[in-house]
Design a binder for this molecule. Structure first.
Ligand SMILES: [Zn+2]
Length: 191
């Protein structure tokens, strides 16, 4: 777990609760995105998972199967990928998104559960472990640039310039990558 995620508040199962998740009493509402918290992330360049500042340079997201497939196809064809559709999902650190992609995709993609019937948290975990929620493929994707707009009711993000594409089809696909990233950030030699 990235050190900045370790200090996040936990839900009753012990899962760290991302910065942009609203709370209702003691219950984090993972399926929702908090307007004020998202606005803070946008305006202060904070990671949507751990709520600490993202350095200048690329930012990362966890993408679902459809958008990952579109990026994979564009890269394979040597075309630039361009999706100008805005999203409510904010960016984060590379380590935070690698972590979120393995532990709980909906940590990084709060809207991923929208439209699903009220899934029991334990069912949710089991599905995630089997990879069925994400489908055969999702990806952790780095973007060179992003834009945001804070409207009266929503915080919208738009991501440009894919600089890294790390597709996954199993729950632990990015474990080695995450370990290497945490070592790198802590200044430890790889290995
Ligand atoms: Zn972070």
């Amino acid at each position: 777990m990235p050190p900045t995620v370790q200090t996040r508040p936990r839900d009753v199962r012990g899962y760290p609760v991302p910065a942009i998740t609203p709370w209702e009493g003691d219950e984090p509402q993972f399926a929702l995105t908090d307007y004020g918290r998202s606005a803070d992330c946008a305006l202060k360049r904070l990671c949507s998972v751990c709520n600490t500042v993202m350095p200048q340079g690329p930012v990362w997201r966890v993408l679902g199967a459809a958008e990952s497939a579109a990026i994979g196809e564009a890269l394979a064809a040597g075309r630039p990928y361009r999706n100008l559709a805005p999203t409510l999902e904010g960016p984060g650190h590379r380590a935070c998104m690698l972590y979120a992609s393995m532990v709980c995709p909906y940590l990084a993609r709060p809207n991923a559960r929208r439209g699903m019937s009220a899934a029991e948290p334990d069912d949710m975990t089991a599905h995630v472990v089997r990879g069925t929620v994400r489908g055969a493929m999702g990806a952790v994707v780095g973007f060179g640039e992003y834009e945001y707009a804070v409207t009266g009711t929503q915080v919208l993000f738009r991501f440009l310039d894919v600089v890294e594409f790390l597709p996954h089809d199993t729950a632990d696909a990015h474990l080695d990558e995450l370990r290497a990233e945490l070592d790198r950030r802590a200044g430890r030699p790889a290995g």
